[in-house]
Design a binder for this molecule. Structure first.
Ligand code: FAD
Length: 404
C-alpha cells in the first residue's frame, strides 16, 4: 500500500486515479499544467463506444467502464451528463451494405447487442439525416457523456475524498533517489514528493518521459470539432458516418471490405481522413467532426482545411442544418499506441504510467480504478498483461495514418 501519490494530468485517467486512490485513503496530490479537462478529455464529443472496441482487453475494459458510470452517478458529489441512448454507424451507399451485414454479425459473436437498422429506423433516431440513408449498425449499449462534466465530477470527487488539486502546475522533471522515483519538479520551481508518481498526461506523455530518459511509445492524433448553438432535440444516439469505417481494423478485416466504397476523392488525394460523426448534447448543441491528422507535437489549433471538411460533411449528410448557427470550433489531441491499448504499469519503482488511451471515455475512469488497485498493492480486477510497459510497441510516425 502506497501512503502518498502524485498524479500528473487531470484528464479522465488522472482525475479518476486521484478519486479512486483518495477513496482508498491514500494521500493524493493531483497536478495539472493548465486546468482540469484541458487535454483530450475536455475536448471530445463524448462517445462511450462499445460498437468498435476490439475484442480482448479493449472491449473488456469498455464493458466495465460503461458499467462504472452507473456507480459514479451514485457516488460522485456533483452530477455529470450521461445519456444511454445507444449508438449507430449509418451508411449511404448500397455497396456498403454487405460490409455492415458482416460487421453486425461479427460484433454479435463478440457478445455485443447489435442490430442492423433500415432507412426508417435510422431517420427515427437521427432526425436531420439525409433522406436516402440506406441503413446503420446499431449498438444498444453505446452511450454518451459530456466529457468536461465527467472530468469535473471526478476531480470534485477526489477533493471530497481529501485529495489536493493544484491547477497551473506543469511538471517538468521526475525526482529520483536510490533507484526510485520520489517526486516531481514543476516549471515554477516547486517540488512535490510522494511514494509514487502516476503519469496520466495523455498525448504529452512521450515527450515528458523522454525528457526524463524514459521511453514511452505514445503517439498523437489530432481531431477537430465544430459545435452548433443549441438546436431542438432531434438526435438521440451517438452517430458515426460511413467514412469512419476505414479507420477500424474491425471493418477492414471483414471479407466484404471494399475501401473504394468508404473513401472520398479528397481523402484519397490529401491523405487526410475524416472520422465523420455527430452527437447532440442535453443542452441541444450538436457536435460535428472530425478530420484527423498526426502532429509531431500536441498541436491543438484548428485548420482551414479541417473545418472545411466538417462543414462539407454537415451540408452533405445533414442537409437541413445548412443554416445552423456555429457556436465554437476546437481541436484536441488524443494519445495512442501502435497496438491501440494504453500503457498501465509501474515502469520503475515509484513511477506508474497510465497513458495512451485512444478511447478514454469508455476506458479512462476504469483505468483510474485499476491504478488505484495497483497503488493499494492489490491484484487489479482485470488482467494487465496486454497493457504492460515492456511489450513491443512500434513508434507512431507523425503524418502517417494509423488504423485503430
Ligand atoms: C476530438 C476528440 C474526439 C474524441 N472522441 C472520443 C470518443 O468519442 N470516445 C472516446 O472514448 N475517446 C475519444 N477521444 C479520446 C479521448 O478523449 C482520450 O482517450 C482521453 O481523453 C484520454 O484521457 P487522458 O486523461 O489520458 O488524457 P488527457 O485528457 O489529454 O489529459 C492529460 C492531462 O495532462 C495534462 N498534462 C500534460 N502534461 C502535463 C505536465 N507536464 N504537467 C501537468 N499536467 C500535464 C494535460 O493538460 C491534460 O489535462 C477523443 C479525443 C479527441 C481529441
Amino acid at each position: 500500500m502506497r501512503e502518498s501519490v502524485i498524479v500528473v494530468g487531470s484528464g479522465l485517467v488522472g482525475a479518476s486515479t486521484a478519486y479512486f486512490a483518495a477513496r482508498e485513503g491514500i494521500d493524493v496530490t493531483l497536478l495539472e499544467q493548465q486546468e482540469r479537462g484541458y487535454g483530450a478529455s475536455g475536448r471530445n464529443p463524448g462517445f462511450v463506444w462499445l460498437h468498435c472496441r476490439n475484442a480482448g482487453w479493449a472491449l473488456d475494459i469498455s464493458l466495465k467502464g460503461r458499467a462504472l458510470y452507473d456507480e459514479l452517478k451514485q457516488d460522485l458529489p456533483v452530477p455529470f451528463e450521461f445519456r444511454a441512448e445507444g449508438g449507430l454507424i449509418y451508411f449511404t451507399d448500397e455497396r456498403q451494405s454487405p460490409v455492415f451485414e458482416q460487421f453486425v454479425e461479427a460484433r454479435r459473436k463478440d457478445g455485443l447487442d447489435m442490430s442492423l437498422l433500415d432507412n426508417k429506423q435510422v431517420r427515427d433516431l437521427v432526425g436531420p439525416i439525409r433522406a436516402d440513408v440506406v441503413g446503420a449498425s446499431y449498438c444498444a449499449d453505446d452511450a454518451q457523456i459530456n466529457t468536461p462534466t465527467v472530468v469535473n465530477a471526478l476531480v470534485e470527487g477526489a477533493i471530497a475524498e481529501g485529495a489536493t488539486v493544484l491547477e497551473g502546475v506543469e511538471v517538468t522533471r521526475l525526482i529520483a533517489s536510490e533507484g526510485r522515483i520520489i517526486g516531481v519538479e514543476a516549471a515554477d520551481g516547486s517540488t512535490h514528493m510522494a511514494d509514487t508518481v502516476v503519469i496520466a498526461t495523455g498525448a504529452w506523455t512521450e515527450k515528458l518521459m523522454a525528457a526524463n530518459d524514459v521511453d514511452a511509445r505514445i503517439g498523437r492524433e489530432r481531431l477537430q470539432v465544430v459545435a452548433t448553438k443549441p438546436l431542438p432535440p432531434q438526435i438521440k444516439p451517438v452517430v458515426y458516418g460511413p467514412l469512419t469505417a476505414k479507420q477500424y481494423t474491425l471493418f477492414r478485416d471483414l471479407p466484404a471490405w471494399d475501401e473504394d466504397a468508404f473513401i472520398t476523392e479528397e481523402e484519397r488525394r490529401t491523405g487526410a481522413w475524416q472520422l465523420s460523426l455527430v452527437a447532440q448534447r442535453a443542452n441541444g448543441e450538436m457536435l460535428f467532426g472530425c478530420p484527423m491528422d498526426y502532429p509531431a507535437d500536441v498541436d491543438m489549433s484548428t485548420s482551414v482545411s479541417g473545418l472545411r471538411s466538417v462543414l462539407q460533411y454537415i451540408e452533405q449528410d445533414f442537409p437541413g442544418l445548412g443554416d445552423a448557427a456555429i457556436d465554437r470550433v476546437w481541436a484536441g489531441v488524443l494519445p495512442l499506441t501502435s497496438d491501440m491499448v494504453p500503457i498501465i504499469d509501474e515502469v520503475m519503482p515509484g513511477l506508474i504510467i497510465a497513458a495512451g488511451h485512444v478511447f478514454g471515455n469508455s476506458s479512462g475512469p476504469m483505468s483510474g480504478k485499476l491504478v488505484s488497485q495497483l497503488l493499494c498493492g492489490r491484484t487489479p480486477e482485470m488482467d494487465m498483461t496486454e497493457v504492460r510497459y515492456g511489450r513491443p510497441l512500434d513508434p507512431i510516425t507523425p503524418g502517417q495514418i494509423v488504423h485503430w
